[in-house]
Write a protein that binds this ligand. Structure first.
Ligand code: BEZ
Length: 222
């Protein structure tokens, strides 16, 4: 009953997931058998939805997701797709991708025919489509907290580099207690979180080992 906001006779309404909140529980039928959120404990997870199988933009996205999958796995990060299609449709689609494009899709895909997972995660936007999930991405950490949420419209295929970069940023900031600037890439300087008191701000100006533009904007190497 997590995330249950209110319930009527014929419809359950769930609060939308929020950054920092526990990821909504799910148990779902996938192309790799039944999977539950708990199965991912101790690993990072990118849970993403696509509008429909056998559509052109989604096909390019699946090939691109597969291309980043080895890199994500090196980062202890799994991929899990979802659409409101049957498992038979998913199997047929990934078989076609392998046959026609030579790419084997190795990550599982949820067959969310009852819309249980897509409803809990806010992947359905009726003004965009009544029958398909939008292009959503949820980054869930190894403690099963939601760490990032991204939505794209039906018309725009997603940029995979950004998802890799985002997980790299989250894992780096967790490990080092820092934050990352715009367009940060691994190897670039990171930002030291700004002081929270007047006293700490005054102390910051005496600290060494940082490149400071001002007391509130200091960068360092890690
Ligand atoms: C596509 O993946 O090509 C697509 C899916 C839904 C609406 C428009 C395009």
């Amino acid at each position: 009953m997590d995330h249950l906001e209110n319930q009527t006779d014929d419809q359950t309404v769930y609060a939308l997931p929020r950054i920092g909140s526990p990821a909504p529980h799910f148990e779902a039928v996938t192309t790799h058998g039944k999977l539950r959120l708990d199965d991912y404990k101790g690993r990072w997870l990118i849970l993403f939805s696509h509008p429909a199988d056998f559509t052109p933009v989604c096909t390019t996205e699946f090939i691109a997701f597969q291309e980043i999958y080895p890199k994500l796995r090196e980062m202890n990060t799994e991929l899990l797709g979802l659409s409101i299609d049957s498992v038979y449709s998913h199997i047929a689609w990934v078989s076609t991708i392998e046959e026609k494009m030579g790419i084997k899709i190795e990550f599982p895909i949820i067959a969310d025919l009852d819309r249980e997972v897509s409803t809990r995660y806010g992947m359905l936007m009726p003004d965009e489509s009544n029958t398909e999930t939008v292009r959503s991405v949820f980054v869930i950490d190894e403690n099963q907290a939601i760490r990032a949420i991204i939505y794209y419209p039906m018309s725009a295929g997603r940029n995979m580099d950004e998802f890799v970069r985002l997980v790299q940023s989250l894992q780096t900031t967790d490990k080092h207690g820092v934050v990352t600037p715009a367009n940060w890439r691994p190897g670039d300087q990171v930002i030291v979180p700004p002081p929270k008191t007047q006293e700490a701000a005054a102390e910051r100006s005496q600290e060494t080992g940082m490149d400071c533009v001002d007391w509130f904007l200091c960068r360092k190497n890690i």
